[in-house]
Design a protein around this ligand. Structure first.
Ligand code: 9MR
Ligand code: 9MR
Ligand code: ZN
Length: 511
């Protein structure tokens, strides 16, 4: 199958571009379910070299009638795919359900099918280096491991809140956990991770990663790692932001978050950077960072938007002016993008700077789009599918600001890549498409021998950062550095903060 399409299909009006290589001819045929050619289109002539292949793109946007089709060109064929009104609805539901399956500290009931399990990680956790114990149950397991880390938690929560902000209606699906309830599960846990002086502990996990077992089977001691200013800044920002979303439905909860945000912000402003490194004896996810400037920036902006008070506004305006405004990343390491998106609500000169910032960053992304529709070619980082979803979010925001089609088309291409228009020919979401990723580095899936649906794989990573990747992928071009084996945690793990930007992207595109 060397004709790559979105395996979940397309809406009737969407632009449709297949990326093809192999033994092709000059015309592309669209076959209906019976195999009859219903359309014939010329194929763009000049091939482009990318990731070891000569590829051509074929635009078959003229196909708008609902149905199930296959593309044929020379001796190559695509997977069958639908053209429909709402081809992504079930996928979005599954991507959101994933957060429920990742819940820690509460029973995960029969809604999770075979992934049902009793409450896990309910014991008290010990503060590193002390004999002090704290109750910090709750939240979501980060990924294929069972750690709970503040920095990526803030990203995941912020993405889901943005998804709801962009398209609340899409989450009204019957049977779906209301998304604000799901996010609250995480926020309530985050609140427990704050120290009396306002600082926020970086993470809670066992000392080491456990084997491939179910979460309730991990019984080692839970350790709360030291505070950091990256965690504290993200916490202040996330709490201030989230409080706006719960104000109408639960004023008490919103007030608790506002108070926590104020205390975290005060701590942050009174202290030099405290950058996190795993303390001796702890080897779970580090989420270390070289700088806390972007977390501070995000905190200032959210505080200013939520409270509007002069001290917060002044800090936000100054930080925006000082910031490097060439990119607007939405990663856990660099949170500048979240500051920009919320900064749009500040009004005045600050909002204008943020608007320009979004548009410049989006323009820069469009300039880098390659034949497969994504902005990274030479090197793909660990979790590249997160960067791709993030790019989609930013392009969507640019589209929402301007309604210029090119931004929306750019955002759509990020989605198409994730769902099949990629050089490995996988749908990167488990349980969906003709060839879904099916063997993620995810402890419950490995323990049960069944893959939970609705999880976005980290995807191609060119750094050869685990033994399985080194064994199977050495020498491959960047886009092909992916292997659907659970041993390859650097290419095929799953994460809450990889699902979350995809939820936001799909929600925004479904508008
Ligand atoms: O399972 C762990 C995964 O969640 C992490 O992303 C990854 C990188 O920190 O580490 C995995 O754990 C592996 C450990 O680092 C080395 N020994 C094998 C572990 C599981 O396969
Ligand atoms: O997503 C993280 C990636 O950006 C880093 O390069 C990598 C190595 O530090 O760690 C990833 O995060 C893992 C975390 O450390 C533990 N839980 C699973 C995460 C995804 O692999
Ligand atoms: Zn747990």
């Amino acid at each position: 199958m060397k004709i790559r399409i979105n395996q979940l299909g397309y809406t009737c009006g969407m632009q449709k571009i297949a990326v093809m290589c192999g033994e092709l001819s000059e015309t592309l045929q669209v076959l209906d379910e019976k195999g009859n050619a219903v359309m014939e289109l010329p194929v763009e002539a000049a091939p482009v070299e990318i990731w070891g292949d000569q590829v051509v793109q074929a635009d078959f946007s003229a196909l708008t009638a609902p149905g199930v089709y296959t593309l044929r060109c020379g001796s190559e064929r695509s997977h069958p795919f639908p053209v429909a009104q709402e081809p992504y609805r079930q996928c979005l539901t599954a991507l959101v359900d994933m957060f429920y399956y990742q819940r820690c500290g509460g029973e995960v009931d029969e809604r999770a099918g075979v992934f049902t399990h009793p409450a896990c990680h309910t014991g008290l956790a010990r503060v590193y280096g002390t004999q002090e114990y704290m109750e910090v149950s709750g939240g979501w397991h980060d990924a294929g491991d069972f750690g709970r880390y503040i920095v990526p938690a803030a990203k995941a929560a912020a993405d889901l809140l943005l998804a709801w902000q962009w398209n609340p209606g899409v989450f009204d699906t019957p049977g779906l956990t209301p998304i604000l309830d799901e996010v609250r599960w995480e926020l309530e846990w985050m609140l427990k991770m704050q120290r009396a002086d306002g600082a926020v502990y970086h993470k809670v996990s066992c000392a080491r990663f456990c084997g491939m077992i179910m979460p309730h089977e991990e019984k080692e001691e839970l350790i709360i790692s030291p505070v950091s200013t990256t965690a504290t800044g993200d916490f202040a920002a996330c709490m201030a932001m989230a409080s706006r979303f719960y104000e109408k439905t639960d004023a008490g909860f919103a007030a608790r978050m506002r108070e926590a945000a104020k205390r975290a912000w005060a701590f942050l402003c009174g202290t030099e950077p405290i950058l996190f490194r795993n303390p001796e004896g702890v080897s779970t996810g580090g989420y270390g960072d070289r700088s806390d400037e972007d977390e501070r920036l995000w905190a200032h902006v959210e505080m200013a938007v939520t409270f509007g008070e002069e001290q917060y506004r002044a800090a936000a305006e100054e930080a925006i002016r000082q910031a490097d405004r060439r990119h607007a990343p939405l990663g856990w390491g660099d949170m500048r993008g979240y500051a920009v998106l919320s900064g749009l609500q500040l009004g005045g000169e600050a909002a204008e700077l943020c608007r320009q910032w979004v548009l410049d960053a989006a323009q820069e992304l469009l300039g880098r789009i390659n034949a497969y529709g994504i902005t990274m070619t030479e090197r793909l980082p660990w979790g590249s599918n997160m960067n791709i979803s993030n790019d989609g979010m930013l392009l969507l925001q640019a589209w929402m600001l301007t309604r210029e089609e090119r931004y929306r088309l750019g955002a759509e291409r990020q989605l198409h890549y994730l769902l099949g228009v990629n050089p490995v020919g996988y749908c990167y979401v488990s349980g969906f498409g003709s060839r879904p990723m099916s063997h993620p580095h995810h402890r419950p899936s490995v323990a049960l021998g069944v893959c939970q649906p609705g999880m976005l794989s980290g995807g191609a990573a060119s750094g050869m950062m685990d033994a399985c990747a080194r064994e199977h992928l050495q020498g491959q071009p960047a886009g092909k550095c992916f292997i659907d084996m659970h041993e390859s945690y650097s290419t095929n793990e799953i994460c809450v903060y990889w699902n979350s930007p995809m939820v936001a992207l799909l929600a925004g595109l479904t508008k």
